[in-house]
Write a protein that binds this ligand. Structure first.
Ligand SMILES: [Zn+2]
Length: 281
């Protein structure tokens, strides 16, 4: 297999596969509370240094539901500091803390309360944590991954995100316009040749269609060698770089042919006599 052939075999992942992957990822993200058995979304970001060095500012913590019954002394728990009593609601409004259990207090009625403390704090937390305010215990810690979330939540992050999306959007539509312009200029040169009877009209028409639908053509199903060469040339960036056209003798019949020189070294030859289109390099 030639190098050129291999270059044309860019791995194309079908759109349906991308869509399926996107659905799987979204389901996994949306289904995280289900998988982790939590009532709230089981992801939180460490802010501050109270659990240093076990947990550091910006670490992302994925937690699972607390075990049934009493949580062992010494465990790290994710909990709501003060609440309305409905943990799903509280987690939306109240600060979530991640501290370590340093003591367990069982009330007369059997209700469990935890004494908590940050590893890096001198003193224990002022309030006891009732068991029903415990959201979970850490399952996975992704160091510093939370910094990304923190950044996107900040005003600068939002501005940056909108800016980048706008930039990509404008950039891509501008690139598209430039490509259309390049196609038009290229066809203009071929049209001139056709009008001067240097290129049969039927051949010009074919080339025109090839240029117009270059992105949609199935290259391995093209039967016309010239069209195939042209499509290949454009797909390999023939029109992307600054290209120039000059007259030079055809290598086969030595009549004057149009040579499309491309900055990236690609050359396309359109010969009026043999009606050939080729890339001699
Ligand atoms: Zn020729």
């Amino acid at each position: 297999m030639s190098v050129k052939k291999i270059r044309n075999m860019k791995i194309r992942i079908p759109r349906r596969v991308w869509a399926l992957l996107a659905v799987i990822v979204l389901c996994a993200i949306a289904g995280l509370p289900f998988f982790m058995g939590t009532q709230t979304y089981p992801v939180t970001v460490v802010q501050g240094t109270s659990m240093y060095p076990t947990l550091q500012n910006g670490d992302l913590v994925v937690f699972h539901a607390p075990p049934q019954g009493m949580i062992a002394n010494g465990s790290i728990i994710v909990f709501i500091q003060t609440g309305t009593g409905i943990s799903a609601l509280d987690s939306l409004m109240k600060p979530v803390l991640i501290h370590r259990i340093v003591g367990v207090v069982v009330q007369g009625d059997g209700k469990i309360n935890y004494q908590t403390k940050g590893d890096n704090n001198q003193q224990v937390d002022p309030e006891l944590v009732p068991a029903d305010r415990v959201l979970g215990t850490p399952a996975t810690i992704v160091p510093k991954a939370g910094l990304i979330i923190m950044f996107f939540q900040s005003p600068q992050g939002l501005v940056a995100t909108v800016g980048v999306i706008t930039f990509i959007f404008i950039g891509s539509s501008e690139a598209k316009m430039k490509k259309e312009e390049e196609k038009k200029t290229f066809l203009g040169v071929l049209a001139q040749m056709a009008l001067n009877d240097e290129l049969p009209e039927a051949v010009f028409k074919k080339f025109e269609l090839a240029v117009e639908y270059v992105e949609d053509l199935r290259i391995d199903e093209l039967k016309d060698g010239g069209v195939l060469t042209l499509v290949d040339w454009i797909r390999n960036g023939g029109l992307d770089d600054k290209w120039k056209v000059r007259k030079a003798p055809c290598r086969k019949c030595s009549s004057m042919a149009a040579n499309f020189d491309c900055a990236n070294g690609l050359l396309l030859v359109v010969c009026p006599t043999c009606n050939r289109i080729s890339t001699p390099r």
